[in-house]
Ligand binder design. Sequence first.
Ligand code: ZN
Length: 85
Amino acid sequence: MQQRVPASAAYFFYENYVLGSARIHAGWCGNCNDGRGKSREPPGDENGRWHGPFATRQDALRLALATRSKDVRNALCCIRDSGEA
Ligand SMILES: [Zn+2]
């Protein structure tokens, strides 16, 4: 019963408390896995947490910038354009 959503449908970002960073991923990305991350276990929030889904990358970026993360960027694994989000 798994539904495929278009790649453009959802964006997430991972806030890393330890590094003080946030990385914006597309939901289809293997590292993001619709906000579940790579682990099969429920994501722990010791080192950070996923936020999302967001309908647009701009929304994800806005919320990522609203965290205390000092370093907010697109994840290179799934978002190729390195320009302004
Ligand atoms: Zn990614």
